[in-house]
Design a protein around this ligand. Sequence first.
Ligand code: ZN
Length: 490
Amino acid sequence: MEHNLHIYNTLTRRKKKFEAIHPPFVGMYVCGPTVYGDAHLGHARPAVTFDLVFRYLKYLGYKVRYVRNITDVGHLENDADEGEDKIAKKARLEQLEPMEVAQYYTNGYHKNVAQLNTLPPSIEPHASGHILEQIEMIRRILASGFAYESNGSVYFDVETYSQKNHYGKLSGRVVEDLLSNTRVLDGQSEKRNNADFALWKKASPEHIMRWNSEWSTGFPGWHLECSAMSTKYLGEEFDIHGGGLDLQFPHHECEIAQNKAASGKDAVKFWMHNNMITINGQKMGKSLGNFITLEDFFAGNHPMLEQAYHPMVVRFFMLQAHYRNPLDFSNSALQAAEKGLQRLLTGMETLANLKATDDGNADVKALINKFFEALDDDFNTPILIAHLFDAVKLINTIAAGNDTIEANDLFHLQSIMKDIVFDILGLLPMEAANENLNKLSEVVDLLLNMRMMAKAEKNWAMSDKIRNELTSLGFEIKDTKTGFEWSLSK
Ligand code: ZN
């Protein structure tokens, strides 16, 4: 089921074929966060990856409905349908309402992904707001014979399903292994087979979040929410389903089975998974001491961080890797990304001020074609960015007078590069860097005003000290009739 490659070419062909009849529409569902903790890099990568997909498809003229859910119920501590609900546990520990926990971390997530300049999705449904849809879907799966009730809970029957369907086609897991390799049921279990998964769980007395159903007072299984909400907002069949690679099994494999069992159809045309993030080569985890939240990254507030990293540096760093490849975070890699981004943004400023000549020799068309070829090849952003740096080289050569560009070509390059860098890659000039620069100028002004006061008091030692120290730091200071002028020499 490797539909990832050339997803664009396929969609583009589809677009050409149907454009004349229908407005080209793309439905995209992406698994959103389980809101029980601060947003971290693991949240940022799918947010940035599918933001790029959303932005580029819209740029190509598609009408995109981007649905990204908020999981606020049903996600248990482990994948074997056991343990406490993650949000309920946090609520119990902090003595809060579960929805208070969910709201708090949803707000934080929204703030952080907005700092990364991701566009909000078209619809952001909450699992807890779609209990009726989930109950309805369980009824359909029971009616089609692919689920069974057991002691007030309902489980998906993997063995029965796999007799006529391919359970494991997304993840490559072999269903015979899943059915036979799981530990022998001890007679206590409600499941017929350990490979089965919960659609509905009867709530234990201490379980806080619970709803009535014909099976029991309980709550839906985690995998079910995405099947129910994608069907509700995108229909029984839709174009793209995304999420992190860690969700491929069991979450997405279970979604495929649920949709097929409920509607008889394969719901998803293209599965897209962003690969995982490591920090200095290690998996991120609280026990490893390398769990860094996005707030920490943006503030430089973690022992492993040598400095603060602007959200645009984090975004650019993620886009420098292909979404299907693993990505390793380190200070040196982020600092290199910071330099690279600065070079690109400076190139954009130079481009905006470039002067055309009557006849130019720059081959702009070939360059622009390469940009789009990279994007059309499964969103190959690292290749795209390499071509953007080629463009910056060309821009600098023209600015230095060693190359020429004709007026039409210049206009074309300016408008396309603006589209790609700002609208499609979603990069922004780094205001924080400018903000720091503004603060720096205020401090230099303050020091030079103190120097004027020292001179007025004939405190030559102090006056000279301020000038000499600033000069040695690289500031050029000129005394004028009205006071002073200064600049930062390069
Ligand atoms: Zn999901």
